[in-house]
Write a protein of this length. Structure first.
Length: 347
């Protein structure tokens, strides 16, 4: 008896799948621009199935299907229009009463990596976002800049005196409650409230308490923070990784060189400088009178001549050691250049 029940169950499952995969839709229309997708209609609702196995890949829940381009689809859901991708993921929320009110699909495609220059201040001193001549976010903010979190573009915005985060539909994601707020990095953003810095996640949860005098963004799981007038390093749990012993930390890039690697920082104890890595490990000994990053170290070597021969170095930084000016190469060796002159590679 038990065997019969098992066999009947298997047959039921088999025929159930067979029936499910042989649904007769009211409409089937293959997409010319995506041969894997077939638009279907069932009981006055639209969705998409896979052309190979006929499995539903985008739920059959939409009232209408509009324009399709760049793997983006305009859809109507509950009387409002929005945009989804070919995986069914929402790209632009269903908030528009008319399809024409949606951003152009070319524009939305650009928004996946829109430029900071698309955010600008209007003649009334208010900030907003326009792409390809179309206003995406109205010009009502005192300041704003972009960030990305979990592959979603967000805008750090300030409507009045406090900062928060909005999405590309101008919906508030994180309330405007912070005195200062910055980009997301490693899934968290540094924010300031009541004079203290800490870190929040996309859900506005304070994952690291707001207790620091100053802070920097996370990189590869580490951040530099200032507590009781000294700098140190913490990990993403807030655990101290490097003791708070430094008088100053300047991440490679925070002094104006935005072509940086981000995994190095110059540090100062007293009046001497050195370098540490993102996890706080000492990279260059703290012994230099001065230390400045070489902004072109990704572009290739610098050529020097001492009058008799040419020297080629891949330079990491310019430095002064005991009053002697020189360079530090990427092998972390200091070279005096008192008697040298920089020459062009072609000389």
């Amino acid at each position: 008896m038990r065997k019969k029940i098992i066999c009947l169950s298997i047959l039921f499952i088999y025929f159930g799948f067979a029936v499910m995969n042989s649904v007769e839709y009211d409409l089937e229309e293959p997409l010319k621009s995506n041969e894997k997708l077939v638009m279907v209609k069932l009981n006055e609702k639209y969705g998409f199935i896979n052309s190979d196995d006929r499995k539903v890949v985008i739920p059959i829940i939409y009232d209408e299907i509009g324009e399709f381009r760049h793997n983006l689809i305009k859809i109507k859901l509950n009387r409002n229009w929005g945009i989804i991708d070919t995986n069914g993921k929402e790209v632009y929320p269903s908030i528009c009463s008319d399809e024409d009110a949606l951003p152009d699909l070319n524009t939305i495609n650009c928004l996946k990596g829109f430029h900071s220059s698309d955010i600008y201040e209007d003649t009334n001193g208010r900030w907003g976002l326009s792409v390809d001549g179309k206003t995406i976010i109205p010009y009502i903010y005192r300041d704003m800049f972009r960030t990305i979190c979990d592959e979603e573009w967000l805008i750090v915005a300030k409507p009045n005196t406090k900062w928060g985060y909005i999405n590309l539909a101008n919906q508030v994601v994180i309330p405007f409650t912070y005195d200062e707020a910055y980009q997301f990095s490693d899934g968290v953003a540094m924010v300031k409230q009541n004079g203290k810095w800490g870190y929040i996640n996309r859900a506005n949860k304070k994952v690291i308490p707001l207790k620091y005098d100053d802070a920097s963004y996370f990189y590869k799981g580490y951040a530099y923070v200032k507590l009781d007038n000294k700098w140190g390093t913490i990990d993403k749990t807030g655990k101290r990784v490097v003791p708070f012993i430094y008088d100053e930390i300047v991440r490679y890039g925070d002094d104006g060189d935005y072509r940086s690697k981000g995994n190095l920082a110059k540090v100062r104890i007293g009046n001497k400088w050195g370098m540490i890595e993102a996890d706080g490990k000492l990279f260059i000994k703290i012994e230099f009178d001065n230390l400045n990053y070489y902004s072109g170290w990704d572009d290739g070597p610098i050529y020097y001549s001492d009058g008799s021969e040419m020297h080629i170095y891949n330079v990491l930084a310019f430095a002064t050691l005991n009053g002697v000016v020189g360079i530090i190469d990427i092998g972390r060796k200091f070279h005096s250049e008192d008697k040298w002159r920089k020459i062009d590679e072609q000389e």
